[in-house]
Ligand binder design. Structure first.
Ligand SMILES: *Cc1c(COP(=O)(O)O)cnc(C)c1O
Length: 424
């Protein structure tokens, strides 16, 4: 038996309390779209373990890639050495992402890839003889990670910036985009953003945002026109655009990368979460030739970053296998099917008393309640319905593995409809 008492008393979980710990459920194995509780019950995973397990769990192709790489070399330092899995992965990333993105930095986690992106932007302007361009413009409701550099770009309220006020870089924040995904974006919608840029561009290194989908900061979907406008403003005022596609990358939004909805390319792109199909931690920061040349022609002569486990061969090998599997299967069709089914099956909740909004984009379904829900009770009752979701605040949402069957997805949506439908 998993020692839950020890867990409760000694182990931090994400955003957890050790005074009043929320329950954690013991999991012993996972297979397909199901995670299995110690008592044998299988739960349909509606979270893809935080956007990552696109192909489900215990996937033979991914297991094989890890096994065969492990037998050759599970790790080797990346300073002064290189290897096939890393080269192969970077080739794929350069080929799949928008054309101007040509250079790849392999990082250990999403937050680190954001740190790397920010450092690239700062080092770039330093090299251009403009070190005063050192602040960023971010969006309210944004989320970019938990390390200090990344946290400073997260929504100041949900990110509790006041707790760390003296330690965080004071960046600028524009309002969260208001035009919805299928709406045009008027001049009014970007007025405040534009004003901030006009006022501060001399001191701004760039704009950082999650393209099209704001994830952990509110599960909001916004207009591709807004993103186009940001790109134009960045060009006009000499700002680098950092697109954080850690959550949206690899098809989740219905395009391989969410930037494609707007037909734009950022100067710097971060990827993570689904990169290894949810098997190992790995992330990447890509940038353009211009940014890379700028950085390397400056005072330092090199890009000043290099984690110990950079380019881990096992992680790169399984990332390669995951991307190959994604492209070999018809991910576009899978995501479209999930989108349609979510739209249909969550629609009844639009009329439920406690529900403020139901929205679907790609393989993401969001139910926004009028009031914050009691997460512990709701989670328990979802588990009784055989599904795993992790609601937060007013948001109950799902982004299932792309391989989920129509039947399992129906079970998932039925559980949402049954548990949320009667709430006031
Ligand atoms: C999850 C996430 C991060 C942080 O990634 P970690 O791997 O948790 O450090 C950064 N940005 C976005 C958009 C994310 O969704």
């Amino acid at each position: 038996m998993i020692d839950l008492e020890f867990d409760k008393n000694h182990i931090w979980h994400p955003y957890s309390s050790l005074i009043n710990p929320a329950p954690v459920y013991p999991i012993t194995r996972a297979e397909g779209v199901r995670i299995y509780l110690e008592d044998g019950r299988g739960l349909i995973d509606g979270m893809s373990s935080w956007w990552s397990t696109l192909h489900g769990y215990n996937v033979p192709e991914l297991n094989a890639a890890m096994q065969s790489q492990m037998e050759k070399m599970s790790h080797v330092m990346f300073g002064g050495l290189t290897h096939e899995p890393a080269v192969e992965l970077c080739k794929k990333l350069v080929a799949l992402t928008p054309e101007p993105l040509q250079k790849v930095f392999l990082a250990d986690s999403g937050s680190v890839s954001v740190e790397v992106a920010i450092k690239m932007a700062l080092q770039y302007w330093h090299s251009q003889g403009r070190p005063e361009k050192s602040r960023l413009l971010a969006l309210r409701n944004g989320y970019h990670g938990d390390t200090f550099g990344a946290m400073a770009t997260c929504d100041p309220i949900t990110g509790m910036h006041h707790l760390f006020a003296n330690q965080l870089t004071q960046h600028l924040f524009a309002p969260a985009p208001t035009p919805k995904f299928d709406e045009p974006c008027s001049a009014q919608d970007t007025a405040e953003l534009q004003q901030l840029i006009e006022q501060h561009h001399q001191n701004l290194a760039g704009v950082i945002l999650e393209p099209i989908i704001q994830g952990a900061g509110g599960m909001r979907f916004y207009s591709p026109d807004y993103l186009k406008r940001v790109r134009e403003l960045c060009d006009q005022y000499d700002l680098l655009l950092i697109a954080d596609e850690i959550a949206t990358g690899f098809g989740r939004s219905g395009k391989l990368f969410a930037c494609e909805h707007a037909g734009i390319s950022p100067d710097i792109l971060t990827l993570g979460k689904a990169l290894t199909g949810g098997t190992m931690t790995l992330a990447a920061t890509l940038c353009t030739d211009k940014v890379a040349k700028g950085i390397c022609s400056g005072e330092a002569g090199v890009f000043m970053h290099g984690p110990t486990f950079m380019g881990n061969p096992m992680a790169c090998a399984v990332a390669n296998a995951s991307i190959e599997l994604l492209l070999a299967r018809d991910w576009q069709q899978q995501v479209n099917n999930i989108e349609q089914q979510l739209q249909q099956e969550l629609a009844p909740l639009k009329h439920a008393g406690g529900v403020a909004d139901v929205r679907v984009l790609g393989a993401i379904g969001v139910v926004e309640m009028k009031q914050p829900v009691d997460n512990r009770t709701l989670q328990q009752s979802l588990i009784e319905h055989g599904v795993w979701l992790r609601p937060f605040g007013k948001l109950v949402y799902t982004m299932p593995p792309y391989v989920i069957s129509e039947e399992d997805l129906s079970r998932l949506t039925a559980a949402m409809v049954e548990t949320l439908g009667d709430m006031e």
